[in-house]
Design a binder for this molecule. Structure first.
Ligand SMILES: [Zn+2]
Length: 127
């Protein structure tokens, strides 16, 4: 049983991860533009919004929209971290190897989920 991905495969997944990283950073910059990085900025905006929006539904929509953006930002950041970690593993030469059992992760799994740290059997122990 082979213990490492071929150079060609590693290069292939590296490119895949780089493309994914660019996508995520682009999406994140879009959300962050409309949702300032400093959360304190929002606090000063909220009381004004109550005065500005006449309809209670508009206020509710406003809060819902903010919550959605925060959730999207969190998700994107989380994914970006996973991509960066996977790229680190490529550098270290541990990419594609199950962190739990040390066996090679199925390439079909990496194809679908290039950030995978574990093989399918071991991934079941994680969320
Ligand atoms: Zn495993």
């Amino acid at each position: 049983m082979k213990k490492k991905l071929s150079k060609e495969k590693l290069e292939y997944f590296k490119k895949k991860l780089e493309a994914r990283k660019k996508e995520l950073e682009k999406a994140l910059s879009y959300v962050a533009q409309k949702n300032p990085a400093n959360p304190e900025d929002w606090e000063t905006v909220v009381p004004d919004m109550n005065a500005m929006l006449s309809d209670k539904n508009e206020v509710a929509d406003f809060f819902e929209e903010m919550e959605n953006r925060a959730a999207i930002e969190d998700k994107l950041e989380e994914k970006l971290t996973l991509v960066k970690e996977a790229m680190e593993r490529i550098k270290k030469g541990t990419y594609g190897i199950c962190e739990e059992g040390g066996e090679l992760i199925d390439e079909r799994r990496l194809e679908v989920y290039p950030c995978a740290k574990n093989c399918i059997a071991h991934a079941k122990n994680y969320k």
